[in-house]
Design a protein around this ligand. Structure first.
Ligand code: NDP
Length: 244
């Protein structure tokens, strides 16, 4: 896939699940990947694996809720490998609960990570991409950006926001590509943060049909591999058995 080789790609939330799979898939196509998250020991293992199999990767600690941290992450990538061609805003949390549980701290955490984190990622790369007249912003939303379910009101709200931010960014730019990836249920650690018992039990049942993170990584590889004048604006990837 010639349009991926040597591209500099930064990926948030790459210490597990979808982000980790995306890093491996893009590196195996010849991209230079920089991975960020808070669990740095996991990132170091990922970088070792990628480099050992002939890829090129580097890691840096990242908390997406902090704008300066995000800027340092993008600056680090530029110093290591050159100007950032692609950002994958993937970091996210999903502590589901009914609104009546008033888990306000968890609502705020979803807003901080899932919305502010994506905006911080955009802020860190858009100035450089605008000057260069090229770049690709990939935001990981969810099928929760298309429909709301009980216990997921705030999570879905954050993903509707990601969808809106992505489409607004796309409309405002004629040289920067913008892609929204909306996964259905995927095997990962995402549901581990659910503190509400009802939400956790419902999710356990729902996640039986989960597909592998590599299914999402392949969709991202497809979007990045297109020529510069082709914007894959949105892909929904869900389990065949998913009713939602
Ligand atoms: P995981 O929980 O496996 O991965 C989430 C990643 O986000 C981790 O690497 C975690 O790293 C990172 N993260 C969380 N908070 C922060 C933070 N403050 N700063 C930096 N990184 C952070 O779940 P998934 O791989 O499933 O999730 C990836 C994305 O896919 C999310 O946006 C999620 O909403 C979306 N999604 C997932 C679906 C699924 O069924 N799995 C379905 C639809 C969408 P660390 O804790 O080390 O910081």
């Amino acid at each position: 896939m010639s349009d991926i080789r040597d591209k500099v790609v930064i990926i948030t939330g790459a210490s597990s699940g979808i982000g980790e799979a995306v890093a491996k898939a893009l590196a195996s196509e010849g991209a230079k990947v920089v991975v960020g998250a808070r669990r740095t020991e996991r990132l170091e293992t990922l970088v070792r694996d990628i480099n050992a199999s002939g890829g090129l990767a580097a890691a840096r600690a990242l908390d997406v809720t902090n704008l300066e941290d995000m800027q340092s992450f993008a600056d680090f990538a530029e110093k290591e490998f050159g100007a950032v061609d692609v950002i994958v805003n993937n970091a996210g949390v999903m502590p589901l609960s009914p609104l009546a549980s008033l888990k306000v701290d968890e609502w705020n955490r979803m807003i901080d990570v899932n919305i502010r984190g994506v905006l911080h990622g955009i802020a860190a790369v858009i100035p450089g991409m605008t000057v260069r007249g090229s770049g690709h912003v990939i935001n990981v939303a969810s099928i929760g950006a298309h429909a709301v379910t009980p216990t997921a009101a705030v999570y879905c709200a954050t993903k509707y926001a990601v969808w809106a931010i992505s489409d607004g960014l796309r409309q405002e730019n004629d040289k920067i590509r913008v892609t929204t990836i909306s996964p259905g249920v995927v095997e990962s650690e995402l549901a581990d943060s659910i503190s509400d018992e009802r939400g956790r039990n419902e999710m356990k049942e729902f996640r039986r049909i989960a597909i592998k993170p590599d299914a999402i990584a392949r969709a991202i590889v497809y979007a990045v591999s297109q020529p510069a004048d082709v914007d894959v604006s949105e892909i929904i990837v869900r389990p065949t058995a998913s009713p939602f």
